[in-house]
Design a protein around this ligand. Structure first.
Ligand SMILES: *Cc1c(COP(=O)(O)O)cnc(C)c1O
Length: 418
């Protein structure tokens, strides 16, 4: 049977239970959000965790609670959720896009130093697909330049650097709880921090949030149920992958369905949907996800280490360079290739699905062109990244199949055979 690109963290039974809870009056869920926040903070060894309706909303509130000089520069790396640029602007700051290294997902320190000036007040660091940059060096840089360091650990829940979890190097960290994230609650975002004063201000913000839209959450649950069905292996093998093979290239129908913001715009105001509260049915999902978190992370990391071991040394593609001292949590398993469409088609012939990078290259987003961002490596990395399947529902045999198919790939420019 074919191997789908993804496996939802939420089981169909959890999605069904979520829909049922959405129909209950709020009185049923008293204390559930607080309990989720307490357990989240405990799991990540932080004093405080505050939940918002999305990670982007969490960033917006966090930036406004850090006492940064109004209008100052906030540095963000070149591959990101496009709306993070809007959140920085709407919070009252100027986004500055920093490039990544050419062969890794780490921030390019030279570009960071060049773009950091007297007006820079904050640095947002984002480990991509679990790949950690040198967080100690970034923390030292932030300290020296008096920047507030924050980490977006949405793709790096259990990544470590020098034995310390990502998310513990800055003043605060944010985690997305959206589709596929290691703790998934349909949608949601958490800020963790050890700073009691900051936590109190954030709690004040969260308490003022509008009521969560149950209709919109139900819509998200149905979308996830559709994805669960489409990636159910018998159906995926017989119908979905064959359809994807004939209908689409790199950015296929599946990716477009999966992506939450299909168009990027320069927002003039905060959408009401971004200012909603995190609801108790979401928190109830989160408690279940926290309970199984360590087991799911360990399983995925074990499979990733096996896959990596089986495909090195790579030919026809490469792997983003790992930072010395880091422990990757392999949220996804990326390859870099100059021929992503050819590799994708090759894998599909072997019954193996794969996916492009869904994050935006901020410097090439049409809506942001006037801001003059420059991050050519990030643009190239996005174009060259292909994610192969790597998830906890895979067997050891599946991993061997992926490895064998990758080893059989002949890059179109590579010399053919003996
Ligand atoms: C998934 C993801 C987000 C998502 O943000 P939301 O506002 O919760 O949708 C943010 N940052 C990164 C790096 C992500 O991967």
């Amino acid at each position: 049977m074919s191997i789908p690109r993804l496996h939802l963290p939420l089981a169909p039974s959890e999605i069904a239970a979520f829909l049922a809870r959405l129909a209950l009056p709020d009185g049923f869920g008293r204390g559930v959000v607080e309990e989720f926040e307490r357990r989240f903070a405990a799991l990540f060894d932080r004093h405080h965790a505050i939940a918002f309706c999305r990670a982007r909303s969490a960033l917006y509130h966090l930036l406004q609670c850090l006492d940064l000089p109004p209008g100052s520069d906030v540095a963000i790396s070149g591959l990101h959720v496009a709306d993070f640029v809007n959140m920085i602007r709407l919070a009252g700051f100027r986004p500055v896009v920093v490039d990544l290294e050419a062969d890794s997902y780490s921030i390019d320190m030279a570009d960071l130093a060049a773009k950091t000036g007297a007006k820079t007040s904050c640095l947002l660091v984002t480990p991509l697909s679990g790949h950690s940059p040198d967080l100690a060096r970034l923390a030292a840089f932030a300290k020296e330049r008096q920047l507030v360091l924050i980490e977006d650990c949405s793709q790096a829940f259990s990544t470590e650097f020098q034995g310390r979890r990502a998310g513990s190097f800055g003043r605060a960290a944010i985690y997305s709880l959206s589709l596929l994230k290691s703790v998934s609650t349909m949608r949601g975002g958490v800020v963790t921090t050890d700073d009691a004063h900051l936590a109190e201000r954030l709690r004040g913000r969260a308490a003022k949030a509008g009521k969560a839209s149950r209709l919109s959450l139900a819509g998200e649950a149905i979308k996830q149920a559709v994805i669960a069905l489409a990636t159910w292996r018998p159906l995926f093998s017989l119908v979905v992958l064959p359809l994807l093979r004939v209908t689409s290239g790199l950015n296929d129908l599946f990716s477009r369905f999966q992506k939450s913001n299909r168009t990027v715009s320069l927002r003039a105001s905060m959408p009401k949907a971004f200012l909603e509260a995190f609801s108790w049915p979401q928190a109830a999902l989160g408690l279940g996800q926290l309970a199984s978190f360590e087991r799911r992370e360990k399983r995925r990391i074990d499979l990733a280490v096996a896959l990596r071991g089986a495909i090195l040394p790579a030919r026809g593609f490469s792997l983003p360079r790992l930072t010395e001292g880091s422990r990757n949590c392999w949220w996804l398993f990326p390859l870099l290739t100059d021929h992503p469409a050819a590799l994708k088609a090759h894998l599909a012939r072997h019954g193996i699905d794969s996916a492009p990078m869904l994050l935006s290259a901020l410097a090439s987003e049409e809506a942001f062109l006037a801001m003059g961002f420059k991050a050519p490596n990030a643009e190239r990395l996005k174009a060259r990244t292909l994610f192969v399947p790597l998830h906890e529902a895979m067997s050891g045999d599946d991993v061997e199949r992926v490895a064998a198919a990758l080893l059989a790939f002949q890059s179109p420019t590579a010399p053919k055979g003996p």
